[in-house]
Design a protein around this ligand. Structure first.
Ligand SMILES: [Zn+2]
Ligand SMILES: [Zn+2]
Length: 259
């Protein structure tokens, strides 16, 4: 069984952090050799960094999630400085989320722009979260030259047209456990049609556990179920999907060194 990568998870969250050794053991059994832990706030970042420093298969991204309110607001210089750490391979997660928060969200758009500037300056790709905000997300990506940094649309749930637009900007598309859900027919179609060299897989653990673990606490080992689903949708072997998505991961994040 070839190596798998969970391209997006939150192992520092309390649901997972207390049993990290068990989670790493389960990853080993499932063939998941690497996981990228996305940042959600600057306050949590030191804890995230010490976690990935302690384990060779873990990498980090630095960023402040669009749903975070009331914490330290990131500026470009701070993000660039934190991104210099050798285990920080990306900027994020960042983006727009109009689903969870209402009102004037200009602050979210400004924060997103800050992350794009930082990614270009740091020379590291973006991890983009977009929910109920695809048009504004793509517009800001174009306005700010996000193509120069590249990156991934994580936990993708948008239409084929949005996927095409992101690919045109040089971005990758990452599928979470949502693609295994019976009611996700349109998303399954995107996963079937997307060029294989643009496909990444993730868990977004502790959230969004794939079938057959739906509703439980998610963990990186379960990315195997995402891989199986996409391979089946495309009519290719699990081995081929694993090989391609792992190669894609290390192509997108060149400072993540396989060990
Ligand atoms: Zn996200
Ligand atoms: Zn996330």
């Amino acid at each position: 069984m070839p190596t798998l990568v969970d391209s997006h998870c939150h192992l520092d969250f309390p649901e997972l952090a207390g049993r990290i050794d068990l989670i790493l053991d389960a990853m080993g059994v499932a063939g998941v050799a690497y996981a990228l832990c996305a940042g959600v706030s600057l306050e949590r970042f030191p804890g995230l960094l010490s976690l990935v420093e302690a384990h060779p298969g873990l990498f980090a991204a630095v960023g402040v999630h669009p749903d975070e309110q009331g914490g330290v607001e990131p500026d470009v210089a701070t993000l660039v400085a934190l991104a210099r750490h050798p285990k920080v391979v990306a900027i994020g997660e960042t983006g727009l989320d109009y689903h969870r928060i209402e009102g004037d969200l200009e602050w979210q758009r400004a924060r997103f722009r800050t992350h794009i500037h930082a990614a270009k300056e740091a020379g590291k790709p973006l991890i983009i979260h977009t929910r109920s905000a695809a048009d504004d997300t793509l517009r800001i990506m174009r306005d700010e030259g996000a193509a120069l940094a590249g990156g991934v649309m994580h936990c993708f749930t948008e239409t084929w047209e949005v996927a095409e637009a992101a690919i045109a900007l040089g971005f990758y598309i990452s599928f979470s456990g949502i693609v295994t859900f019976r009611n996700a027919q349109a998303l399954k179609e995107v996963a079937r049609m997307l060029p294989l060299e643009r496909v990444l897989i993730e868990t977004d653990a502790p959230y969004l556990a794939p079938t057959p673990h739906r509703g439980k606490i998610n963990e990186p080992a379960y990315v195997l179920h995402v891989a199986r689903e996409i391979a089946a949708l495309r009519g290719i072997s699990l081995e081929e999907l694993a090989l391609a998505s792992t190669q894609n991961f290390f192509r997108l994040f060149p400072t993540a060194h396989p060990q």
